[in-house]
Design a binder for this molecule. Structure first.
Ligand code: F3S
Length: 753
């Protein structure tokens, strides 16, 4: 952790000067988000005002976090960067690959066996390059980050969309793809569009059944799943200060569900308490020295509509618990209306399972409040009607709640405590009977409830709520039960009411843990061997892509002219392909299998120009590669939208596609293609898309004088012997042309080293 405290000191030491410079160029008081972003500019002191929602800006994040599914490709790339150590503090967390089936210890043993190769790889790469490694069972990435690494005023990126959870400790924390993580670990800047800002003013104070989760469930109902896109949500007001730090984390966590870039809160006493309780008094002391920079300028919160693009106000004193769903996290229903709405919509009323925990809601406060309800089952002579499970967010929380007797309390109501991992939240839940696909209702305290996400059953109606409401509804076994007003009949036939939940923000006797599951990296990793078996089906070391040959490209066969929507899922499908995320050659067998071929309107069926026969896209491309023939992919509008996964750019590059020519690109995918040394071009005249024919062979002319802003010529050699010339635009700057010439951004980085 010494590495971290020095980094935090350095961040705080430059903050004052940078905030002051930013205030001058922006010409007005600053929001917290702006203070954090402007103090992490890679240019250092700001020299210009960046336009929100428009300007692309280079930043230097303070740290990187990666979960096991996404870390594999990020680290395989990093290994080829020619660096001895990561440039910023980084961690890997083994949480996504553990299935919840029987009990924590059995499930963990199974996962350790099944994923042994992947875990050994992640552990040894981490050890070699100075990366902290959190073993399987140590906890979920975002909870572990909040407990150990998040700090007020910091900027971090993580290869998981719920990285935003660290906003609970006053960070700007953003989810990214693996190649972004690789860049930052290699010491390169990271680009982000300057976000727009939503201010959420919280007044009043929570009481009774209402919790922090209900704040974000209500916000999700207001903003919907798209309302936060390209925006940062900044919470403020007396209500914000009254929330616990972990409650703030819950709110920021689910900012991902409204599409927000991230969410954050200003530094306050709740954060200081949390830092001290999690053995980071040194960080709290440092934060106290720069307090004024860790919240917005006073003018901002006094007149928020003058500084934010949008303002929402919520009175916590009037907030009632919400239950969101089914199938989408923004369908928000207050508990007082739930019965009526559920009956009107025909939602199954019997609650089969209540699940608490996950990275969203497994704080000590959450667990102790839920336990106060579980305790009432025996005391009031009730029986729990639904099943009940807990997935603790970390070993620190699990050990502490076990020591304080809460696990026993839950066991008494028949609860199953799963491993400290994602488990049911990511669909790693071997739920008995799910394969029968029966219509049923579950309620959980996680963040996402898309169809089939938890148990693979599309007929499971999943609802999201606070741990308190989940527990109450699991006890009642009834979606129509409103614990604020309704009674339950106990074994004596008496109507009893559950008392309001009560808990502790932090453990009175402190947190404790025997083995947190952390492996510190070697001080000097040069002697550490990273073993990847050549026969492995899950991992493959990366080889450098070839540099540009220095000539125009000619004789490129058309692989596919994709028609309509072609997202990163169409280019590199997820689902069963997830297990190959660390093996470029194997995952390349999903290349473009979801894209529609304009020529026959079919997916995964393209003509092999060498044989004239139709075959699967990867098979045809492999045939071209084997014959030493280059190829080109043509696409429609917004090609590559969706996730930032770099596999969608690495796979075509690996299989020998040289050019992607489209009407327009999704920005991140375009950058990913450039980084991998591909030529990413757009039709100067989008109507030229129609000129591309199935049997075309294409040439790209003008590469020997490839320069920013200068068009390239594309020659279409049609099968009937005729030729056409069209113009293509590109958005390469000088540095990116360097990537193309070197064969990839990584190759260039190595050359520069
Ligand atoms: Fe894991 Fe679910 Fe959080 S998948 S990281 S527990 S959102």
């Amino acid at each position: 952790m010494a590495f971290d405290i020095e980094m935090i000191k350095a961040t705080y030491a430059r903050m004052g000067e940078r905030v002051e410079a930013a205030r001058k160029v922006v010409g007005r008081p600053l929001t917290l988000t702006e203070k954090i972003l402007y103090s992490h500019l890679s240019e250092g002191l700001s020299t210009q005002k960046y336009e929100r929602g428009k300007s692309y800006v280079d930043f230097n994040p303070d740290r990187v976090a990666m979960q096991d599914a996404t870390a594999q490709m990020a680290l395989l790339q990093f290994m080829t960067a020619g660096k001895d150590r990561v440039a910023v503090p980084s961690t890997v967390h083994c949480d996504h690959l553990i299935q919840a089936k029987v009990t924590a210890s059995t499930d963990l043993a199974v996962a350790n066996k099944e994923n042994e190769e992947v875990y050994n790889f992640l552990s040894s790469v981490s050890n070699k390059y100075g990366i902290g490694f959190w073993k399987p069972g140590a906890g979920i990435i975002h909870q572990v980050v909040l407990e150990n690494y998040a700090f007020p005023g910091g900027l971090m990126i993580g290869t998981d969309s719920h990285t935003v959870n660290a906003g609970g400790l006053g960070m700007i924390a953003i989810g990214v793809g693996g190649s972004d993580a690789m860049d930052v670990m290699a010491g390169m800047p990271w680009e982000l569009k300057m976000p727009k800002l939503i201010g959420v003013k919280l007044t009043g104070k929570l009481s009774g059944w209402a919790s922090a989760k209900d704040v974000i469930l209500k916000v999700a109902g207001i903003l919907t799943v798209k309302g936060g896109t390209d925006k940062v949500i900044e919470y403020f007001g007396e209500g914000a200060e009254s929330l616990s730090c972990t409650g703030k984390g819950t709110i920021c966590n689910m900012g991902a569900e409204v599409g927000a870039t991230t969410s954050t809160f200003g530094y306050d006493e709740s954060m200081e308490r949390y830092l001290r309780a999690t053995s980071r008094a040194d960080v709290a002391d440092l934060a106290n020295t720069v307090k004024a920079h860790l919240t917005a300028d006073p003018e901002v919160y006094a007149n928020p509509s003058a500084y934010f693009d949008e303002v929402i106000e919520i009175n916590l004193s009037e907030l009632e618990p919400y239950v969101n769903g089914p199938f989408t996290p923004d369908l928000a229903t207050p508990i007082s209306k739930l019965k009526e709405v559920a009956l009107a919509n025909g939602w199954p009323m019997k609650v089969d399972v209540g699940l608490i925990g996950s990275c969203t809601n497994s704080s000590y406060e959450d667990i102790s409040r839920a336990a106060s309800l579980a305790e009432q089952v025996a005391a009031k002579k009730l029986k729990t009607k639904g099943e009940f499970t807990i997935t603790p967010g970390s070993e620190l929380v699990r050990y502490t709640i076990a020591k304080d007797g809460y696990v026993e309390t839950f066991n008494k109501i028949g609860a199953e405590v799963f491993a400290n991992a994602c488990g049911p939240c990511i669909g790693m839940w071997a739920r008995t009977g799910a394969d029968k696909q029966e219509k049923n209702t579950i309620i959980h305290s996680f963040n996402r409830n898309f169809k089939a996400r938890q148990d693979g059953n599309p007929n499971t109606y999943a609802f999201v709520a606070s741990p308190e409401i989940v527990t109450a509804l699991a006890i009642a076994g009834d979606l129509g039960f409103n614990p604020l007003t309704d009674t339950l009949i106990n074994e004596d036939g008496v109507a009893v009411k559950l008392d309001e939940p009560k808990g502790f923000e932090l453990p009175v006797k402190g947190f404790s843990v025997e083995d947190p599951g952390y492996q510190a990296p070697a001080a000097n990793g040069s002697g550490v061997q990273v073993v990847v078996a050549p026969t492995s089906t899950r991992l493959q070391l990366l080889e450098s892509f070839k540099a540009w040959e220095g000539t125009d490209l000619s004789g490129l066969k058309l692989l596919i002219k994709a028609k309509g929507k072609c997202t990163t899922d169409h280019i590199s499908m997820a689902g069963p392909w997830l297990k190959f995320r660390g093996h470029l050659d194997n995952i390349s067998n999903n290349l473009l299998i979801g894209a529609t071929n304009f020529a026959n309107e079919k997916a995964n069926s393209v003509k092999n120009q060498l044989t004239g026969a139709y075959d699967a896209v990867p098979a045809v491309q492999r045939a071209y590669k084997a014959a030493g023939v280059g190829s080109i992919v043509v696409g429609d509008e917004n090609y590559g939208e969706g996730s930032s996964r770099e596999h969608a750019a690495m796979e075509p590059r690996h299989l020998g596609v040289r050019v992607v020519l489209v009407k327009s690109f999704a920005r991140i995918h375009e950058t990913n293609l450039k980084k991998q040394g591909m030529l990413a071009l757009t039709f100067a005249n989008p109507a030229d898309y129609d000129k591309i024919q199935e049997n075309d062979v294409l040439d790209i002319v003008g590469l020997t004088s490839f320069a920013p802003g200068v068009q390239l010529t594309v020659v279409l050699n049609h099968a009937d012997g005729s030729k056409e010339e069209i113009k293509a635009n590109h958005s390469y700057n000088d540095g990116q042309i360097g990537w193309f010439k070197a064969g990839s951004a990584l190759n260039l980085l190595r050359q520069q080293k």
